[in-house]
Design a protein around this ligand. Structure first.
Ligand SMILES: Nc1ncnc2c1ncn2[C@@H]1O[C@H](COP(=O)(O)OP(=O)(O)OP(=O)(O)O)[C@@H](O)[C@H]1O
Ligand SMILES: [Mg+2]
Length: 502
């Protein structure tokens, strides 16, 4: 056999398209050529594969070797094709006998000694391979990730183990390590938060409907404390969500059990000095940013007005459709980014006086000008976090409800949404919303008046309805006037804020 064909997988965002590796050995001066849009690291595979084959006691063919990575228009990067290239060279040079390799996929980088090294972003490939009904042969370092997908993937430490497996001399072990358990969230429990009943309620509503939230208040009132406790009251992740989160973490090269835990809702808190690329992702080979790392979890922007305005604007796209699109000369990469935004800010650096006047003082206005109205529009719940009365703070007996109790209520509300529409309330389209949340004539008139008084945009109106629907779900009933009123109350600061912001 002088021609061998086998499969590997590329990485494009969180997708993993199939790559066919074809090797042809022909007469001519000894040479090795890789064609099919390989980037530098793939071109260097030549030297790694040659040494790995020789050091595994095989022969490297002293003829003309051509390797084609198809499809040719898909950019190939990294060392992930080394193993596939080495096996195809061995097969094409007849060193594996008459063997059919079409039932396998190979991913792994090779050391010069023939050792198989781990690669970043293996999980999306394992998911795609499982769907194609082929057996994935992968590096031992990646087996924990691959074990998240039910399938018959096997792992290897050395090239010789892979050839022995293919020749059925000794089979490779299957990936069976169970995922790491999520860490207990005891150190971040809602029971630590004293008072702040309105903020606690808003947090529960946000968790139940997947809404975005803004805490406004003076320093030291517990805004950061409250926000960091949102993951502890969010519903338990579904298998599908957990795999989507794991895929993003895998592509970002973050290690399971170390940087993140299986089935744990992400909580990302980027510093206000971060760049737009750090927030939504970027780089010549695009990597996910904070917005995608927070997929299915919380993106917390503390000290919101300190963020560069242009940086915040890039969040408008993922806030609207839950995805980030990064365009490069060679194509577009899409990362999921359906996070819940929680922002916190002091309205001013002045001493707190309370009420609307505070937000309209000149110092506040200067501060709030840093935010744009369309950005604020996308935040459903604006909540004031006032200073805590000293009696509540000092009273040691004063303990709030625990996260577990709140989470139970949230789960019931989420179940109602899943049963009714298969989506969370924040994902409903305007049309779906109008069918599900049909208002009677009196409520319509009430909403019309409220829209005019508060000068809400069409987007804000739909968001008010979504929050009202979540409030009704938390009380296990249909939307009533009191839900509309409570929902509007979370927008009452909007007029003040947007009159300043532009
Ligand atoms: N409601 C509260 N219940 C219990 N402790 C609180 C509360 N509010 C504040 N604290 C205490 O104050 C500390 C500071 O709170 P936190 O950092 O959340 O304030 P903040 O509102 O984010 O302030 P800043 O605007 O300066 O960032 C907390 O770590 C906690 O010890
Ligand atoms: Mg804070």
């Amino acid at each position: 056999m002088s021609l061998a064909t086998l499969y590997s997988r590329a990485r494009v965002g969180v997708a993993s398209p199939l790559v066919t590796v074809e090797t042809h050995i022909s007469n001519g001066l000894p040479s090795l050529n890789i064609v099919g849009l390989p980037e530098a690291a793939v071109r260097e595979a030549k030297d790694r594969v040659r040494s790995a084959i020789i050091n595994s006691h095989f022969e490297f063919p002293t003829r003309r070797v051509t390797i084609n990575l198809a499809p040719a228009d898909l950019p190939k990067e990294g060392g992930r094709y080394d193993l596939a290239i080495a096996i195809s060279v061995l097969a094409a040079s007849g060193q594996l006998g008459e063997i059919n390799l079409r039932g396998f996929e190979f991913i792994g980088e090779l050391a010069l000694s023939g050792e198989v090294r781990g690669v970043p972003g293996l999980l999306p490939s394992a998911i795609a391979c499982h769907q194609s009904n082929r057996q994935l042969i992968l590096p031992e370092e990646n087996q924990q990730e691959a074990a998240l997908v039910e399938g018959d993937a096997v792992f290897a430490k050395h090239l010789t183990q892979v050839t022995a497996h293919l020749l059925k001399q000794s089979l490779l072990p299957a990936c069976l390590v169970k995922p790491s358990e999520p860490l207990p969230l005891e150190h971040k429990d809602m029971k630590d938060v004293k008072g702040q009943y309105q903020a606690r309620r808003a947090l529960e509503v946000a968790a139940a409907g997947g809404h975005n939230l803004l805490f406004i208040g003076p320093a030291g009132t517990g805004k950061t404390m409250l926000a960091s406790r949102l993951p502890s009251i969010m519903p338990v992740m579904t298998e599908e969500e957990a795999l989507a989160v794991a895929s993003v973490q895998s592509v970002a090269g973050r290690k399971m059990g170390l940087d993140w835990h299986w089935s744990e809702r992400p909580f990302r808190s980027p510093h206000h000095s971060c760049s737009a690329a750090a927030l939504v992702g970027g780089g010549s080979i695009p990597k996910p940013g904070e917005a995608s790392l927070a997929h299915c979890g919380v993106l917390f922007l503390d000290e919101l007005p300190e963020f560069d305005r242009k940086v915040l604007e890039v969040l408008r796209e993922p806030l609207e459709n839950g995805e980030v699109h990064i365009s490069r000369a060679r194509g577009q990469v899409t990362f999921p980014a359906r996070f819940q935004l929680v922002a916190a800010m002091n309205a001013s650096n002045e001493a707190y006086t309370g009420g609307q006047d505070y937000y309209q003082s000149s110092a506040s206005q200067k501060y709030l000008k840093k935010l744009s109205a369309p950005f604020l529009d996308r935040i459903d719940l604006h909540v004031e976090v006032p200073p805590l009365p000293s009696t509540i703070l000092v009273n040691a007996q004063e303990e709030g409800e625990s996260s577990e109790v709140i989470r139970q209520r949230v789960e019931v509300a989420v179940e109602r949404q899943r049963a009714r529409q298969g989506l969370r309330n924040n994902q409903l389209s305007g049309r779906q919303l109008e069918t599900i949340c049909a208002l009677n004539d009196a409520d319509k008139a009430f909403m019309q008046q409220a829209l005019e008084t508060l000068k809400l945009s069409a987007r804000a109106y739909h968001r008010v309805l979504k929050v009202a629907l979540t409030l009704a779900d938390l009380s296990a009933c249909e939307v009533q006037r009191k839900h509309l009123m409570e929902s509007l109350s979370y927008r009452k600061m909007e007029k003040t804020l947007t009159s300043v912001a532009s």
